[in-house]
Design a protein around this ligand. Structure first.
Ligand code: ADP
Ligand code: MG
Length: 291
């Protein structure tokens, strides 16, 4: 049974925009020793905008046109950026056989051509060779590669921004004695390490498929000290299984999908990672652990 005082803690947290789904999580939250973050939409805003277009075939407009049409139905933040960058909406283009591959990208048939938009893994899967991009040297961004009928057509560079309170969020967790902060992402290593450096995350694992994220969390759970727990924080895009696997799953509520809110134990209504430390503080206060 759950002590009555826990309900006071739940109410106090709710007033701060932190929804805790039941008193059992007070205890689990209070003992948090590891916090694992998803990157996109969690530590970063998840609002991408196109910063460069580097075609190898086609014109820049032609490349954006294909990318925008392939991404027509995707809810991924990258898809939104590509659609926004190509304003000519429905220009008589036919799009069929749309197939979204989690952690890779989207495939579709556009005007009879097999078009793929996604990361290097997706290009590899369709046999398109990604060359070294001279124009991309020394700069960092998420890249959406495009292949047409299995041959490489170029890429679009997309930039996201670190959330204003992300570095503070990590500093607050360290001040509370949270021993380990980890970032898991499907994005490229370069982008991942840049974000981790900016926010002060200890440990980063990049280029992960959704199933790899679950495996990483399971590995971290095994390494966990007996009296401490692991929290995973995500926006729910591809990470509902990890939210469910962690001792405490924390979802970003405003951006997050219904699946994430369902799978999560704690929901942050305003998407601020700094609320994680607030939630731990409230939990410790509620169950009376002195820190
Ligand atoms: P994260 O782990 O950063 O939240 P995801 O697991 O959602 O990222 O996606 C991992 C990678 O897969 C992205 O960085 C991107 O390269 C690729 N990807 C996923 N969905 C799409 C899409 N709709 N369009 C293009 N690329 C995508
Ligand atoms: Mg994500």
């Amino acid at each position: 049974s759950v002590p009555l005082t826990f309900f006071g803690g739940i109410g106090g947290a709710a007033r701060k925009g932190i929804l805790i789904k039941g008193g059992n999580y007070m205890d689990t939250l209070a003992k948090t020793g590891t916090v694992v973050f998803d990157k996109t939409g969690t530590l970063t805003k998840g609002i991408f905008s196109v910063s460069a277009v580097h075609p190898e075939k086609l014109s820049p407009e032609g490349l954006l046109h294909l990318a925008a049409h392939v991404e027509r139905y995707s809810t991924h933040p990258i898809a939104a950026a590509l659609r926004e960058a190509y304003p000519g909406e429905h220009d008589g283009c036919t799009v069929s056989d749309v197939q979204e591959v989690a952690g890779q990208g989207v495939k579709a048939v556009v005007n009879g051509h097999a078009v793929c938009v996604g990361n290097e893994r997706m290009m590899e899967a369709v046999g398109a060779t990604v060359g070294v991009c001279e124009k991309c040297q020394g700069h960092v961004g998420t890249v959406a590669h495009v292949a047409v009928d299995g041959s490489y057509a170029g890429h679009v560079v997309i930039a996201d921004q670190v959330k204003a309170d992300a570095a503070q969020a990590i500093a607050d967790l360290k001040a509370l004695g949270v021993a380990r902060t980890v970032m898991l992402t499907g994005d490229h290593q370069q982008v991942a390490y840049e974000v981790a450096r900016k926010v002060g995350i200890d440990e980063t694992h990049a280029e992960l498929m959704p199933a790899d994220k679950v495996a990483q969390v399971e590995r971290l759970l095994r390494q966990q000290l007996a009296a401490s727990t692991l929290a995973f924080v995500g926006d729910g895009i591809n990470d509902a299984p990890v939210l469910a696997r962690a001792d405490v799953g924390i979802a970003m509520g405003a951006m997050g999908s219904d699946a994430a809110i369902e799978a999560a134990d704690v929901v942050l209504m305003d998407d601020k990672p700094s609320k994680i430390a607030t939630a731990i503080r409230i939990a410790r206060h509620t169950i009376g652990i002195a820190h």
